[in-house]
Ligand binder design. Structure first.
Ligand SMILES: [Zn+2]
Length: 347
């Protein structure tokens, strides 16, 4: 199969991205424009140089720290309602153009409150941007996953949940919050710190995922399963080294959100052919192929599918199965719009 026909085939599938971060998916051109408007454009810097602050550069970037560095520049512009709304709309636009028909966008509201927005205003702006795009494109569905930063601790995670409950999907006609997640440095903040927050999220009716086993070993994934009861695990890369854990994930039907480029860049795997994706599938684990951060990782969802085809020799039938499995992992409720989800679930 030629690269062109491969690309065409992938684009013809209704794709779902269940793991995409707001802050890592912003158009560089939008940030460039905002940097000029907000008097923070560095004199003499051109657009190509500016991009390097935002996107992974194979030639000079190496580590998780290099990766996390890319999130600093956007934060000064994402403190304002209209910017958040515009960016959410553009993220939906770019995803749709790439073939994504179901998008779960995740955001941590607390880091967008530095100019005085409330948690609900941050989520409201995100909802509005995604809803506007959804109204223009009825074959597109979106939801929001609220992230609690691990470094903010379990108490703030519980407060955050109470703040966002009114933004829940079932209370709104368009887009709403459908899930809860924890993200950020794994080592100092083990899953057990968030067991009460996850119990509360469950009580509130939120679906749950958790970043785990990206920079830490499989024991953190065990812990996340035992203490947090998530339906999905973000990355879960280190599970590939633990056959018992893979059995457990398969037995419990816990999805793993796999992000190939991101895992390679942060060093979660040394090379693509070491990635546990094929082992996950062989073990009967449900997998959703996702982007993590299209801008930071300099990728697209169709690009991640291409990568999987190249690295693991997947056929069209394999890719169709993977795309189908990814769609079925969604947290989006089958509410009034549920029929549409059900229809293309079986597409
Ligand atoms: Zn992530």
């Amino acid at each position: 199969m030629s690269p062109d026909s491969r690309r065409e085939f992938i684009r013809s599938l209704p794709l779902a991205d269940l793991h995409r971060h707001f802050d890592g998916s912003i158009r560089p051109s939008t940030l460039w424009e905002l940097s000029e408007r907000y008097y923070s454009a560095v004199p003499g810097l051109d657009f190509e140089q500016f991009r390097r602050y935002l996107e992974w550069d194979e030639k000079q970037d190496r580590s998780l720290l290099d990766y996390l560095d890319k999130f600093h520049v956007p934060l000064q512009y994402t403190q304002f309602y209209d910017n958040i709304k515009r960016i959410a709309y553009e993220i939906a636009t770019d995803a749709y153009a790439d073939g994504v028909r179901l998008l779960e966008l995740r955001i941590n509201p607390l880091i967008h409150r530095r100019a005085g927005l409330t948690t609900r205003q941050v989520i409201h702006a995100t909802r509005k941007g995604l809803s506007r795009f959804g109204t223009e494109h009825p074959d597109f569905r979106a939801g929001i996953i609220v992230i609690a930063m691990r470094s903010h601790g379990g108490n703030l995670a519980r407060i955050l949940l109470r703040e966002v409950i009114g933004e829940k999907e079932e209370y709104h006609a368009g887009v709403g919050v459908c899930g809860f997640d924890i993200a950020g440095p794994e080592a100092p903040f083990p899953p057990v710190l968030f067991s009460e927050a996850y119990a509360l999220a469950r009580k509130m009716g939120f679906k749950r995922t958790a970043h785990a086993g990206e920079s830490e070993g499989p024991e953190r994934i065990w812990e996340a399963l035992d203490h947090l009861g998530p339906q999905r695990i973000g990355h879960g890369t280190s599970a590939g080294a633990d056959p018992e854990l893979m059995k457990r994930l398969a037995r419990d039907g816990v999805y793993v959100e796999v992000c190939l480029s991101s895992n390679l860049q942060t060093g979660a795997v040394a090379q693509l052919r070491d990635h546990p994706l094929p082992r996950f599938l062989d073990a009967g684990i449900k997998v959703a192929l996702c982007t993590d951060n299209p801008t930071v990782s300099a990728t697209t969802l169709s690009g991640e599918y291409e990568l999987a085809m190249e690295a693991f020799g997947y056929t069209e039938a394999d890719v169709r199965r993977l795309a189908d499995m990814s769609r079925r992992g969604t947290f989006l409720a089958a509410g009034p719009d549920g029929q549409r989800v059900a229809k293309w679930m079986s597409a």
